[in-house]
Design a protein around this ligand. Structure first.
Ligand code: PBG
Length: 327
């Protein structure tokens, strides 16, 4: 392809007006490009702010329904639910309890806002008293025993009506174990969105405050991916697809745009990217100080993530972005 040369070619011609720029824009965003994460809290009052995530709150089941309905009215198609249980223990007993906070929230949402796609986070860290994503043996997270718990949690979410279960634990073999448990329970239509390449990231800090899931000791580097690696992310994705993942997700988003692009180019599968709590918090914090325009920065980040190849973006700014991109 030859582009010609200056002065015949002047790329600025197409940038002169907003109308021209809109006409030739390569990437477009709308409300359906965003999935909206919600923290459903079984313990608190109706709405509890999260200090490190301005504009985000922990919600009761009833408030979750209200928030989700407003998001749906703004064109958002999916919510991603995180649960904060009343009690925690070493095996995360509340994770697969039929009356757990997520199970009740899913049932309420599927009754009250039936068209909204309900995605549930499948992981033990919000439910264990030690804050790790699986069950422990000594100070190690034991992979294979964790699989049973995760599969049971996913089946329980599906039985409550979840459309999509999203394992974020990073245990080996969990997608296969979850698919088998879903099928055994007759949930053959339940979709698996695997957090296929999830990095051990410092950008999850605010989430751990929100979900009360900071590990009591150690860190998550024994199961989440090393940020120095990229080829390994492709192996993670390949494995999850082979085990039956319908959709895959990369996380965090802006620090992993190279991974998003490589996964899209290599596999051509439906792909999500998660703009995580710390990415959100950075933009909000700088915006609050007047150092950047937070709204514009959220939009720019979203365009970058879409440009890299993500089909949709999980973001705490989903509602604001939906309003900003609605036509
Ligand atoms: C659960 C989970 C985490 C996030 C999503 N699912 C926390 C973690 O792995 O420590 C992080 C999301 C965010 O930071 O917004 N394992």
């Amino acid at each position: 392809m030859s582009d010609g040369r200056f002065p015949d070619l002047r790329l600025r011609r197409l940038r002169r007006t907003a109308a021209l720029r809109d006409l030739v824009a390569e990437t477009r965003l709308g409300p359906s490009d965003f999935a909206y994460p919600l923290f459903v809290d079984d313990s608190g009052p109706s709405r509890q702010p999260i200090a490190s995530m301005p504009g985000v709150e922990r919600l009761t089941v009833a408030e979750t329904v209200i928030e989700a309905r407003q998001a749906a009215d703004e064109g958002i198609r999916a919510v991603l639910l995180f649960g904060i249980p009343l009690t925690k223990d070493s095996r995360g007993s509340r994770a697969d309890h039929p009356d757990g906070v997520i199970q009740r929230a899913v049932r309420a949402l599927k009754t009250e806002v039936p068209d909204l796609v309900v995605i549930t986070d499948v992981c033990l860290c919000e439910y264990t008293d030690h804050g790790h994503c699986g069950v422990l043996s000594g100070d190690q997270v034991e992979n294979d025993r964790s699989l049973e718990r995760l599969a049971s949690q996913a089946a329980s979410h599906a039985a409550s009506g979840a459309d999509i279960v999203a394992p974020s634990d990073m245990m080996d073999g969990r997608v296969g174990a979850i698919r088998a448990a879903l099928d055994d329970g007759g949930h053959t239509e339940t979709i698996i969105l695997s957090y296929a390449a999830k990095y051990a990231s410092s950008f999850y800090g605010p989430f751990r405050e929100a979900a009360d899931s900071t590990p009591a000791f150690g860190d998550r580097r024994g199961y989440q991916m090393d940020p120095r690696n990229a080829d390994e992310a492709l192996r993670e994705v390949r494995l999850d697809l082979a085990e039956g993942a319908d959709l895959v997700m990369i996380k965090p988003a802006l620090p992993c745009l190279d991974i998003v692009r490589r996964v899209k180019d290599t596999f051509g599968v439906p792909l999500a990217a998660y703009q995580v709590s710390g990415e959100y918090a950075m933009i909000e914090a700088a915006g609050a100080r007047g150092w950047i325009d937070a709204e514009a920065a959220h939009l720019e980040a979203a365009y970058a993530i879409r440009r890299a190849g993500a089909d949709f973006i999980v973001t705490y700014a989903a509602r604001r972005l939906a309003r900003a991109t609605a036509r």
